[in-house]
Design a protein around this ligand. Structure first.
Ligand SMILES: Cc1cc2nc3c(=O)[nH]c(=O)nc-3n(C[C@H](O)[C@H](O)[C@H](O)COP(=O)(O)OP(=O)(O)OC[C@H]3O[C@@H](n4cnc5c(N)ncnc54)[C@H](O)[C@@H]3O)c2cc1C
Length: 417
């Protein structure tokens, strides 16, 4: 029986020194077969497991994770949640995901430390200005919130932004504000989904690495070969972010994806300084301030194919110097930690959620900025698995688009490309 978290349960457990909390999820014995295997206990894998159990009653599900749950990109991202995308196909999906994030604490009975705050795009080139205004007009059609603001208003909202004056190499020309943006705690998202999925009967197996996908004589998926032996299932979902291609290649499947390194770092904690998410696409960085006071800074992806999960020195130096050009006062800040993750990026920069040429094998991949997509990603992927047909919000994001050339060229992905 899963413990319901509340102020009352907190007070009750305080009486026993917080020593009797039940485990948040089980570690059941591994079975030899399941209805559905999900590879990867990141945000997308866990959210899919939760929705399969909650929405469709599919509970004979194993989530297999080679490390510890929530240790992949979900632990490495900068938690920016937003829906200011460019394409008609993308916007409704991200609007839904942001909406679901807003209610996730209540939904999963897990405190996400969700903090709704605006995102300000700082515009420093006319090309960017045109592109963002175009994005605004497309978003207007969908009722999403994205509005132009003047340079003065940018500076009023971000007093620490003292660079980018009229004599700068890239002077600030204007801004765009996206009022639906938010940040929250990424570990809580992984843990919350894991706990809620486990409570509905889903099994989560950590330290269980899938070495290869196994196909039967008919070519259909039969299961997976793991470090703990063969496990059978008629449906296998690959939700492994940067490792998608290395895994699907074991089933003879080549995908239009390449893996890239994306990095971030944090400063020492300082007093409250910035209460919005600041995105500077022309300079190539973005930042926000965490509840602890640290400035969380992200750079652009390194364009070469790479499976590294540490920060590349030149990306780090470029990002710091870009940041100092707009925030010169930050030069005295100490930087505390730096890291990176590896993202699988599709050729058109949009996600792929799809059946494949291997019957029974489903992939969710290409999540460039896929943290914000986790709630709606789980909702729609569970639909695909349970019903055998794409959810209307993701109907255009199939693999087939690369055959019919119906690309969804998405420029609303991240800082710079
Ligand atoms: C530095 C950085 C900043 C980012 N900032 C943002 C942001 O601000 N906003 C945003 O929306 N997105 C952001 N992202 C992107 C976002 O983190 C990812 O798109 C998203 O987390 C990917 O989905 P996931 O959580 O399911 O992946 P992951 O958490 O990576 O989950 C995949 C899991 O699969 C496991 N796995 C891999 N191979 C195997 C195998 N063979 N067998 C078993 N398990 C396996 C991995 O161990 C991992 O736990 C950022 C990413 C990085 C790296």
């Amino acid at each position: 029986m899963t413990q319901r978290y509340s102020a009352f349960s907190l007070a009750r457990h305080a009486l026993t020194g917080h020593k009797n909390w039940p485990k948040a999820w089980r570690s059941p014995p591994l079975k030899s077969a399941y209805d559905v295997i999900i590879i990867g206990a990141g945000g997308h894998g866990l959210a899919t497991a939760y929705h399969l159990a909650r929405d469709y009653g599919v509970t004979n599900v194993a989530v297999l994770e080679r490390g510890w749950l929530g240790g992949g990109n979900i632990a490495r991202n900068t938690v920016t949640i937003r829906s200011n995308y460019m394409r008609d196909e993308s916007i409704p999906f991200y609007v839904k995901s942001v909406e679901m994030f807003d209610g996730l604490t209540r939904d999963l009975n897990f405190n996400m430390m969700h903090s709704k705050r605006s995102m300000v795009d700082v515009v420093q080139t006319y090309g960017r200005l045109r592109e963002l205004r175009r994005r605004q007009l497309v978003m207007d059609i969908h009722g999403a919130t994205y509005q132009p603001i003047t340079t003065e208003e940018v500076r009023r909202r971000i007093p620490a932004l003292t660079g980018g004056g009229p004599d700068a190499r890239l002077p600030i020309l204007a801004g765009m504000v996206h009022t639906d943006a938010a940040v929250n705690r990424h570990d809580a998202v992984a843990w919350g989904y894991a706990r809620a999925a486990d409570a509905r009967g889903v099994e989560i197996h950590q330290q269980t690495a899938v070495n290869s996908l196994v196909r039967g004589a008919s070519g259909a998926i039969e299961g997976v070969e793991t470090n703990r032996g063969m496990i059978r299932a008629k449906q296998v979902v690959v939700a492994v972010s940067g490792h998608t291609t290395t895994l699907t290649e074991t089933a003879g499947l080549r995908l239009p994806l390449r893996t890239m390194n994306l990095s971030a770092f944090v400063s020492e904690p300082v007093k409250p300084l910035i209460d919005v998410i600041v995105n500077c696409p022309d300079s190539g960085f973005y930042l926000s301030q965490s509840d602890k006071g640290e400035l969380v800074v992200g750079g652009p992806p390194d364009p070469g194919q790479s499976f590294r999960r540490d920060i590349k020195q030149q990306v780090f130096e470029n990002t710091v110097s870009s940041m100092l050009s707009l925030f010169p006062a930050f030069k005295t800040l100490k930087l505390m930690r730096q890291w990176a993750g590896h993202l699988d990026i599709a050729h058109d920069s949009s996600p792929i959620m799809s059946h494949t040429d291997v019957p029974g094998l489903v992939i969710t991949a290409g999540w460039w900025g896929g943290y914000k997509a986790i709630p709606a990603g789980g909702l729609t992927l569970a639909h695909l698995v349970a019903k055998g047909a794409p959810h209307p919000l993701m109907a255009d994001f199939t693999l087939n688009r690369f055959k019919t050339l119906d690309y969804i060229m998405e420029s609303g992905t991240t800082t710079a490309r």
